[in-house]
Design a protein around this ligand. Structure first.
Ligand code: ATP
Length: 372
């Protein structure tokens, strides 16, 4: 019995999670998988009613779960960031979900961003806790802290020779990226392990080690080590080259491992390549802790409650959850059902120019699954 916490959340979250649950119920019954769901009413409605974003008590109840299935967080009635940071980011950090797994697969029948018959099937493994997102930085202004600015000017000019003339600067901001050896190693190992499981013979490491030499120099050392210990080839690519290749020749990529910031940007490009936000699944994974699966899209308040949301990203996220729990066959069958529904090009929700409702799309996947 696997304990699963469900957070439908805001906007289109509850609508897409409902469809994912429908499909999960059928596949689990067929495969004898026992999932014990508990819903958590987090999000804007809960916050506006109680003033509480995420209590310690809720966190400790979530600690008892094996996985969390989440819809979306965010609502125009609540200041931006309150729910996203207060729930999503807090859970990611609390559970140390250091792997952000983003499969990018273009299904036949989905209108593609790129011309031609493209076979896009890659996995991004994005580091989820470090890099330039550690919140280390500051602003220094002349007026408020002349001494501090003087110190910074002297430090940079004298000690580091950064090549920027700070003499006439009255304000500056800086942000520091951190990569720890342990933090790099664990996510890079996860990537090589995934490559092994998928039978991939190459892992592409993304960085900008020619300019950001310290952080990504250390990152590369760990890629070298993992490559030899797993016996899988590696290649180092600069982030700008990866962006170029993703558009010109995405077929060349299978498994990519990337630091946090570059992964954030490239995976949205990936979502575009797979048909848009509505198709993109994700997992925030702690291989020895509580993982959280969610569609890549947000709450999409513009279409919330109208039955227009594409539930495919949420359905594929729940398949990713089953896969991570060890049920490869079940995950594969769910994905095949999605694939067969999309393949005729007629089953389309509004985001890709179709007329199908959220429920009708969920039902179509359900029927395809039943007839497999
Ligand atoms: P949030 O602040 O929660 O991130 P947002 O509206 O800024 O919400 P997204 O929810 O990611 O950002 O969506 C951006 C746009 O993409 C939406 O306005 C919506 O039109 C479209 N969209 C996103 N997800 C879906 C989906 N599953 N189905 C259909 N359209 C979607």
């Amino acid at each position: 019995m696997h304990k699963i916490g469900v957070i439908p959340g805001d906007g289109i979250g509850p609508e897409v999670v409902r469809e994912a649950r429908k499909v999960l119920d059928v596949i689990c019954e067929r495969k004898g998988i026992q999932l014990d769901f508990e819903e958590f009413p987090l999000g804007a409605a809960h916050y506006l009613k109680t003033g509480e974003v995420l209590s310690d008590e809720t966190i400790s109840r979530l600690e008892e779960k094996e996985s969390i299935l989440l819809g979306a967080m965010g609502d125009p009635r609540v200041s931006p960031g309150v729910l996203e940071k207060g729930v999503l980011l807090r859970l990611r950090f609390h559970f140390d979900q250091y792997v952000n797994l983003r499969p990018v697969k273009l299904f036949q029948g989905v209108p593609a961003a790129l011309a031609g018959d493209r076979k896009i099937d890659m996995h991004f493994i994005r580091e989820n806790t470090e890099d330039f997102y550690v919140g280390l930085g500051s602003r220094v202004r002349t007026g408020s802290s002349r001494e501090q600015l003087k110190l910074i000017r002297e430090t940079y000019e004298v000690k580091f020779d950064i090549g920027i003339d700070l003499k006439d600067t009255d304000e500056l901001a800086y942000q520091i990226g951190i990569i720890t050896r342990q933090g790099a190693r664990r996510v890079i190992d996860y990537a090589f392990d995934l490559a092994k499981k998928k039978g991939a013979d190459l892992v592409t490491s993304v960085d900008k080690a020619n300019v950001l030499t310290e952080v990504y120099g250390l990152w590369r050392e760990e890629v070298e080590k993992a490559s030899s210990s797993y016996g899988i080839e590696k290649e180092f690519q600069y982030v700008d080259a990866v962006a170029l290749h993703m558009v010109r020749n995405p077929e060349r990529f299978k498994v990519l491992v990337t630091p946090n910031l570059f992964g954030d940007i490239l995976t949205d490009l990936g979502a575009a390549l797979q048909g848009g936000l509505g198709f993109a699944p994700s997992g925030n994974i702690n291989p020895s802790g509580v993982s959280m699966f969610e569609p890549v899209h947000g709450s999409a308040p513009d279409i919330a409650g109208k039955g227009l949301a594409n539930p495919v990203g949420a359905i594929l996220s729940s398949a990713l959850m089953l896969d991570t729990l060890g049920y490869k066959d079940a995950a594969h069958e769910m994905e095949s059902a999605v694939m067969s529904v999309l393949s005729d090009g007629k089953h389309r929700t509004a985001d890709v120019g179709g007329k199908m409702s959220t429920t009708a799309m969920g039902d179509a996947v359900l029927n395809a699954l039943k007839s497999q």
